[in-house]
Write a new protein. Structure first.
Length: 226
């Protein structure tokens, strides 16, 4: 179990990465806001800069937190057709490998997070140092339709529904896939082929523009994909 000192160091690194990423944002931008504990440090860093920005949130929790800090959060749905592209999206990750493949979805919002990341001209990933790994390891979060859920789980195999996790923001069920990750691209393609699977937590390197890692009190940008 992590010690208080370790928890404090991790929070310090999350804050460092988040504050560095906030510097990518300029007045006039439309900004995608991710979900999770690292983004929790990003929101006050953005609010303190008092920029003229519009924000799109990937979860109700992020939206509520952002609004409480005075950030302007706008819809990203059929009620706001004028917003089709974001200038930048900033989000955390559960794992980042050397090729910049990501696993995301610990909070169950990975489907929305992927939509927002794909819509952004620049997708910035912010993590503490322990999230940088040599090889991705399961579990991989997946979102599935409630309709036919057991059939989808049977097709997925090695997947377990989260018993106490709320539904996704879109009302989907959240499960975790526990197989071996030999080839992330091949696995992502297989997930995409399964009927009833709404979204999965594997994010491809082509989606990622920058990875900012907190190391102690400072932050650094990971070198480009190998």
């Amino acid at each position: 179990m992590p010690t208080k000192a370790a928890d404090g160091r991790t929070d310090q690194e999350k804050r460092a990465a988040a504050e560095a990423a906030a510097e990518f944002v300029e007045s006039g931008m439309t900004v995608g806001l991710g979900t999770g504990s690292t983004v929790a440090f990003l929101l006050p860093a953005l609010a303190e800069r008092r920029l003229d920005i519009r924000c799109v949130a990937t979860s109700p929790a992020t939206e509520a937190n952002a609004r409480s800090l005075g950030l302007d959060v706008v819809p990203f749905d059929e009620s706001a057709p004028a917003i089709s592209q974001l200038d930048v999206a900033i989000d955390g990750a559960d794992q980042v490998d050397p090729d910049w493949w990501l696993i995301k979805g610990g909070g169950g919002a990975h489907t929305r997070e992927k939509v927002v990341a794909a819509a952004a001209a620049r997708f910035v990933v912010i993590v503490s140092s322990e999230k940088v790994v040599e090889r991705l390891e399961s579990p991989v979060p997946v979102e599935i339709l409630a309709f036919g859920a057991q059939a989808t789980l049977r097709e997925l195999q090695r997947s377990v529904l989260r018993p106490s996790t709320p539904l996704s923001p879109e009302g989907g069920l959240i499960a975790d896939w526990f197989g071996e990750i030999r080839d992330p691209a091949q696995l992502a393609s297989w997930f995409d082929s399964i009927a009833g699977l709404v979204g999965h937590g594997l994010f491809p390197p082509e989606m990622v523009s920058d990875v900012i890692v907190g190391r102690g009190p400072s932050a650094e940008r990971l070198p480009g994909r190998r």
